[in-house]
Design a protein. Sequence first.
Length: 108
Amino acid sequence: MQSAKLLLLTATASLAIVSASCSTVPIATGCSELARPILDRETPHAEIGDSGDVALDWQLYGTAETGQLTKANDDKVTGFAIINACEVRDATITARLNRPWWRTLLPG
């Protein structure tokens, strides 16, 4: 009976050590790939009107073009925020995976 318990304890400890040392999770997608659809998005230029007053048309065009620039800048800010959040996530996961095997038995 004692030898069966010892064998069970040894097998359990061996399995725990092997499982803890094999905890690698490949990172599926690069961070820049997650933001590529947003960063590649094209923002069209504003249209120049034809009201008959050339000065007014250019003023309205300049105002509209500034709005398009704001849209393009928002896309870039959003894309880089996605990349930064992804890199923080990957660094956290890598740090957890690189800790000693006995730390994987503890929570956190």
